[in-house]
Design a binder for this molecule. Structure first.
Ligand code: PRX
Length: 683
């Protein structure tokens, strides 16, 4: 059953009192409030009434093929499909036989319209530099970069890793790969050398695109150095023969963007400066017509084992999913200045900084740096200066802003805003209300969008001009999506009964697999409820049919909206010479949603002291990245286990969250372990 209910269980931040308007809201429980779509918003919206949403939703469910085929006509096709879809569980195909290119759809087709000289990307560096790329300029840069890739030996079907900070070159690199049909694998800039190596080797990438470094929170992140370390091979002697260990044997070239200007080692024959290669490249590079099912990208995400999964997305179906959801959920229009604060290293950046908005011909703001640099009002400052109209961010950021204080947003004029969105974790009603009141000034609808790396695009969200919302619920499904909350035996839950969230039928942007691992794909997503996609989330559906997401039910934890597998962190910990065994669980956290608590047993002779705790945190940072560092490490001389030897995580979770264990402990092998763990806490 669902294990965490952050939206309900905890009052995170006290509601801010103020105007009489505020008081009237506070006098009613946020969960009971129904916010009807703002009339002025609805009057102009693409979908402006519940009746219209319901009509379209019904049609999309009655005949999804007809619905999606009609919508897909809005994209550019080199060759039309001959069959809309196919479903041989767990594998789906969409727009079979069609030829399409995502880069062409995001750029070229706008060049024939008045959008040609419209801003595609408005970029702001952490140090306040500004760059604007119109669609015509983006076309030129992407075409040149695609020619650079070709000149470095990259061909359609090859994999290219991208490990960069949030600069325009990141978007250009992604679109250049898509242009020639090289499958991109973006690796978040916060990941360590070891994490890069695992991902690059799994996908057998031929090329890595990186930068000398990235600016972040007033300092720099040494990206190229991490890549060098990932690629480093060590010569060793085994049984008299020389062998090489480590490294990334598939990588032939490294393309390096100059961003920070700090010194980096350039290895001749392998490393190439981006600016040198771009200076020589032609800007003529027609987009390659690709099969609808051509793998557009791989994105690694944490699962329930120690090894991250390479989620594979298709070209046509994925593009349609991101295009449609951006169009209807963000109600995107030509005059919008749209800003999604995610990093392109995560799926939100792929779908809602690059593919979705650009396919719609939108103007996208891209920001390089930290939300609070140089001051806690940086986001609000960006909104004011660029006149942002649609703003999409994460609950964890909202909670951090609440804590920083209202004076920061209140300093800025943000009357340009017309729509707000959230993603990544359940938003607690208090944070929702603050977002609504302090940022949206009670005027902007909020779309709480539920989806996952695997779903490719938003699955459950209010349509802002149509669906009344209540803080804490993602409300109703998007067109063509049929989610349901079920019990373990697959039967449908009663209203408000907690259960497992499944999606009954395939949809165009559904993941096509786990890279090179069809068995894991089938087992992970389609075995709990045979042949049906299981999300890994718990949820309930209320009497109105609204979905309330309750969080992960598996060993995946959402920390500040970043998804982490407990097994991954555990295997990093046991990779340290001092550690015998480790169990990692989540505990509710005011800002991060969940924090990581690691219970660690040490090998004989290691001192259980603060120094070692810090060493272990650092070790996890090196093995995975700083986002995976446990917030708390507790040393214990044994972990609670069942008689069959399984670690009783439920107990550890309870202990980490509440300090005591009230539940059933009858299967526990050694009761004294629990006593000792408790005692350890009181010390
Ligand atoms: O638990 C759900 C949570 O984030 C998970 C997906 O994480 P990831 O693949 O990293 O993608 C994050 C961005 C799409 C989900 O299984 N989640 C995401 N959005 C919401 C959410 N939980 C509640 N409400 C949301 N709006």
């Amino acid at each position: 059953m669902p294990t965490k209910t952050p939206s309900k269980s905890k009052k995170v931040v006290k509601p801010v009192s103020g105007t009489s308007h505020t008081q009237s809201i506070e006098s009613t429980l946020p969960e009971k409030r129904l916010f009807k779509p703002n009339k002025a918003f609805a009057a102009k919206a693409k979908i402006g009434s519940m009746a219209q949403y319901e009509k379209m939703y019904r049609a999309s469910i009655k005949d999804p093929e007809k619905f999606f085929a009609k919508q897909a006509e809005e994209l550019h096709w080199f060759k039309p499909w001959r069959k809309v879809s196919e479903w041989k569980a767990p594998f789906t195909k969409w727009f079979i036989g069609g030829k399409i290119n995502a880069s062409y759809n995001c750029i070229d087709r706008h060049l024939e319209t008045s959008r040609k000289n419209k801003a595609a990307i408005i970029w702001e560096g952490e140090n306040f530099e500004q760059r604007t790329l119109t669609y015509a300029q983006l076309h030129r840069e992407v075409s040149k970069a695609a020619n650079v890739l070709k000149s470095l030996g990259v061909k359609t079907g090859d994999r290219v890793a991208i490990y960069m900070g949030m600069t325009p070159e990141l978007a250009i690199a992604v679109l250049a790969c898509a242009r020639i049909g090289a499958t991109h694998s973006v690796i978040f800039g916060g990941f360590s050398a070891e994490a890069i190596r695992d991902r690059v080797n799994d996908a057998e990438c031929k090329l890595i695109i990186t930068a000398d470094g990235a600016f972040r929170r007033g300092t720099t992140v040494e990206l190229k150095k991490n890549v060098d370390q990932a690629l480093r091979t060590e010569a060793i002697n085994i049984e008299g023969g020389a062998h090489t260990l480590g490294g990334c044997p598939s990588v032939e070239k490294v393309l390096v963007v100059k961003r920070t200007g700090e010194h980096v080692d350039m290895f001749s024959g392998r490393d190439v400066w981006w600016h040198d290669a771009m200076a020589e490249a032609s800007a003529d590079c027609p987009a390659v017509p690709l099969d609808s099912e051509h793998p557009l990208y791989i994105l690694y995400t944490s699962g329930t084992t120690g090894k991250p999964k390479g989620i594979v997305h298709s070209t046509a179906g994925y593009l349609l999913g991101t295009y449609l959801t951006t169009k209807y959920i963000f109600d995107i229009r030509d005059e919008d200045v749209y800003w999604c604060t995610a990093d392109v290293g995560w799926v939100t950046g792929h779908s809602y900084i690059i593919y979705g908005p650009l396919a719609n011909g939108a103007t996208v703001v891209m920001y390089e740096g930290a939300p609070t640099y140089p001051a806690p009002d940086r986001f609000w400052d960006i909104i004011e200066r660029h006149g942002v109209t649609v703003f999409y961010t994460a609950p964890t950021a909202i909670r951090a802003f609440i804590r920083a204080g209202d004076e920061h947003p209140n300093k800025h004029k943000m009357s340009s805003l017309r729509l707000l969105g959230t993603v990544g974790e359940p938003i607690n009603p208090e944070a929702w209300m603050w977002y609504h009141r302090v940022i949206g000034k009670g005027r902007c609808p909020i779309v709480d969008t539920w989806w996952q790396t695997e779903t490719g695009s938003i699955m459950i969200s209010p349509i802002p001009g149509a669906v009344p919302t209540t803080p804490g619920t993602a409300t109703l499904p998007f067109f063509g999506i049929e989610p349901e909350v079920v019990r373990k035996d697959g039967t449908t839950c009663k209203p408000n009964e907690g259960g497992y969230l499944i999606i009954k039928k395939p949809w165009p942007s559904m993941l096509r697999g786990i890279y090179k691992d069809p068995e894991r794909f089938a087992k992970q997503y389609f075995s709990d409820f045979p042949g049906i996609y299981f999300t890994g989330d718990g949820a309930r559906r209320d009497k109105k049919g609204y979905f309330w997401i309750m969080g992960r039910v598996d060993d995946v934890i959402n920390v500040s909206g970043h998804r982490l597998g407990t097994m991954e962190v555990e295997s990093a910990l046991v990779g340290n010479e001092a550690v015998a065994e480790a169990a990692v669980v989540g505990r509710p956290d005011e800002i991060k949603g969940s924090a990581l608590v690691a219970f660690v047993t040490l090998k004989k002779g290691w001192p259980a002291d603060e120094n070692l705790k810090e060493k272990l945190r650092k070790h996890v940072g090196e093995a995975i990245g700083h986002i995976a560092k446990p917030d708390e490490i507790r040393f214990t001389d044994a972990l609670p286990k069942t008689r069959s030897g399984k670690i009783m995580r439920r107990l550890l979770r309870e202990l980490a969250s509440t300090g005591s264990v009230a539940g059933d402990t009858t299967t526990l092998e050694d009761f004294s372990v629990l006593e000792r763990l408790r005692a350890g806490e009181e010390e």
